[in-house]
Design a protein around this ligand. Structure first.
Ligand SMILES: Nc1ncnc2c1ncn2[C@@H]1O[C@H](COP(=O)(O)OP(=O)(O)OP(=O)(O)O)[C@@H](O)[C@H]1O
Ligand SMILES: O=P(O)(O)OC[C@H]1O[C@H](OP(=O)(O)OP(=O)(O)O)[C@H](O)[C@@H]1O
Length: 207
């Protein structure tokens, strides 16, 4: 039996919509239940940020999670398929009325995504101090905590309404289907069978 970790939160609805097409309209977790068994599969209801952890440790064979999270956590998993939902960007934001001089020695960048930020600036040979925050990232430059942010931009509304602009895009993100490495070898046929069915749903949507 395959175990699949599905994310709560922002990408839950679109993810469940894909699985509903495969397992029927009633495909949903009962109110507080964290496990759903149907059609010979077991589904786990976990937080987006926790999906790769369940998959990396093999508590789930498969999972659905944003590419931003996969990249940030630098986990050793198999990236199987871009599901094309939960699209957004990871970008650098700065105040509207400023241009950043990246050669300044004391630039501070606030972000939830410390590894993505560090790796991006390192790849540009720009030295910055990265400050970890857990939310409301756009606030940091407004109150002098940081000069810039690295954050998710979807519609751009949050940056715009807080007087920030995108200085540079770092990466595009969308939800991906991922697999545990050992499961991928041990349960390859089952995984590829489900992969094919999910891919058919996605292809039919984009056709
Ligand atoms: N406006 C957005 N803000 C945040 N994430 C977005 C946005 N648009 C799309 N996404 C995608 O949706 C995913 C899920 O976001 P969500 O806010 O549900 O969870 P999270 O905050 O990453 O995790 P958790 O709920 O575990 O703390 C993100 O990883 C990202 O890939
Ligand atoms: O471009 P937009 O459509 O405005 O979306 C981007 C915003 O959404 C996310 O925050 P979230 O709502 O998850 O709140 P948080 O700040 O508590 O993480 C993200 O961190 C941005 O702040």
């Amino acid at each position: 039996m395959l175990t699949i970790a599905l994310p709560k939160g922002r990408i839950a609805e679109e993810t469940l919509a894909i699985f509903s097409q495969l397992f029927g309209e009633g495909f949903e977790f009962e109110s507080r239940k964290l496990i759903l068994e149907t059609g010979g599969f077991r589904f786990l209801n976990v937080r987006n940020q926790d999906v790769p952890t369940y998959v990396e440790y093999g508590a789930a064979d498969l999972g659905v999670v944003g590419l931003d999270v996969i990249t940030e956590k630098q986990l050793d998993i198999v990236d199987l398929l871009d599901l094309g939902l939960g699209r957004c960007k990871v970008a650098i934001g700065i105040p509207d009325d400023q241009e950043l001089d990246w050669s300044r020695p004391d630039i501070r960048v606030a972000t939830k995504m410390v590894n993505i930020a560090k790796n991006y600036f390192a790849s540009k040979a720009v030295g910055v101090e990265v400050i970890k925050l857990y939310g409301s990232i756009e606030l940091a430059p407004l109150v002098g905590l940081a000069d810039a942010i690295v954050d998710i931009v979807e519609t751009g509304t949050t940056m715009r309404e807080n007087g920030l602009k995108v200085a540079e895009d770092i990466m595009d993100s969308s939800a991906h289907l991922i697999a545990n490495k050992n499961s991928f070898y041990a349960k390859k046929e089952e995984i590829l069978d489900l992969y094919g069915k999910i891919k058919a749903v996605i292809d039919s949507k984009s056709a």
